[in-house]
Design a protein around this ligand. Structure first.
Ligand SMILES: *Cc1c(COP(=O)(O)O)cnc(C)c1O
Length: 352
């Protein structure tokens, strides 16, 4: 019945998310979820919000959440946009800020949703190769463009750019919006939100899915100049006035407010990551330096697809990307110490 489809739908190449298996006893290291539960304060706030009030629409502007994000980062609420997961915020940025006559630039190896949004919204793009060491080099972004976007730390490499390099890009491309997707910044990067007051062309996007352990709630946000935020609001209010439900708003506010739990869990993940890197290196893997809650690693003597299949037989799932330059890498989410130890034992058996 695909003759019912519009021409737009015929032309789409949708994103394929990592598997969410129904089996409960798998060690799931494939989608960069947080191995620790959400803050107990978030769970309590959510419980409180389950009441009669659910018959009413939520605040279309999610003012309380914008205020909580603004307070956390020391910006004004007018510099904050919130959405149903950062994927939605990204989508609005592609349509509202990155779709121009000149091509959008992003790395050849990066979040694979970017070309998907380009396909959906008809955004012309050019990819810029990472260096041989899988780093973003601002020097390679010298061509005319209608915008620049990259994650920092980058995904799926985990490599991070210092703020000085981001500032170089911002200063060299004053007529382009530069979007920094900080999905993983809390695990080892420095947030470019520190630069938004000086660069009106900077939009920083973050999510509560990774470092705040709320992938199931679907909340993301953007911080930037009020004029950039206004563009996102215009798109949002032409698409869905209520992207965040009452539960999402309430839970996200509690998550932004519980700094202590946030700091404890992200610190634990960083510590586990360092131990995992040491162990993988001992097992002969080449591991890229990671500032994220995952590592990107290849074994010089073992095929990545086969390794992933062997791990799966042992009930451990990791992510593999079938893309040139990285087809021999595995992306492994940092789990708990126990999960990472189990991964180490499984790999030891597989490698012999
Ligand atoms: C996980 C991730 C996102 C999406 O996060 P959601 O808020 O869950 O939609 C965006 N960008 C990158 C690079 C990610 O890894």
């Amino acid at each position: 019945m695909s003759h019912f489809w519009s021409a737009v739908v015929h032309g789409l190449t949708p994103y394929v998310p990592g598997e969410q298996p129904k089996l409960a006893d798998l060690i799931k290291l494939n989608t960069n979820e947080n191995p620790y539960g959400p803050s107990p304060r978030v769970l309590a706030a959510l419980q409180e919000e389950v009441n009669d009030g659910l018959r009413l629409y939520p605040d279309p502007n999610a003012e309380s959440l914008k205020a909580a994000v603004a307070a956390y980062y020391g910006v004004t609420a007018g510099q904050v946009f919130v959405g149903n997961g950062s994927d939605e915020v990204l989508a609005h940025a592609f349509l509202g800020l990155l779709k121009h006559d000149r091509p959008l630039l992003f790395p050849d190896i990066t979040y694979s949703f970017y070309p998907v949004y380009c396909g959906l919204y008809g955004v012309d793009f050019v990819t810029v190769p990472l260096t041989a060491a899988f780093e973003i080099d601002p020097e390679n972004y010298g061509r005319p463009n209608g915008g620049i976007i990259f994650p920092n730390p980058n995904a799926p490499t985990g490599r991070v750019l210092p703020l000085s390099a981001i500032e170089t890009l911002l200063a060299r491309h004053p007529a382009s919006v530069v979007v920094v997707d900080e999905a993983y910044v809390d695990f080892g990067g420095e947030s470019a939100i520190a630069l938004v007051d000086r660069y009106p062309n900077l939009l920083v996007i973050q999510t509560l899915s990774k470092s705040r352990s709320l992938a199931g709630l679907r909340v993301g946000f953007a911080v930037g100049h009020p004029k950039l935020i206004e563009a996102l609001e215009r798109v949002k209010n032409s698409f869905n006035s209520y992207p965040l439900g009452r539960l999402a708003i309430r839970g996200a506010v509690a998550a932004m407010e519980d700094r202590d739990y946030f700091d404890r869990t992200r610190t634990a993940i960083i510590r586990t990551r360092e131990a995992l890197v040491t162990n993988l290196t001992r097992l002969g893997f080449e591991v890229l330096p990671s500032a994220a809650n995952f590592v990107f690693a290849r074994h010089p003597a073992r095929d990545a697809v086969q390794l992933a299949a062997e791990l799966r037989k042992k009930a451990i799932i990791v992510r593999h990307f079938k893309q040139e330059r990285i087809e021999q890498f595995l992306r492994i989410t940092v789990g708990t110490d126990d999960q990472c130890a189990a991964l180490g034992r499984a790999l030891e058996e597989i490698l012999g």
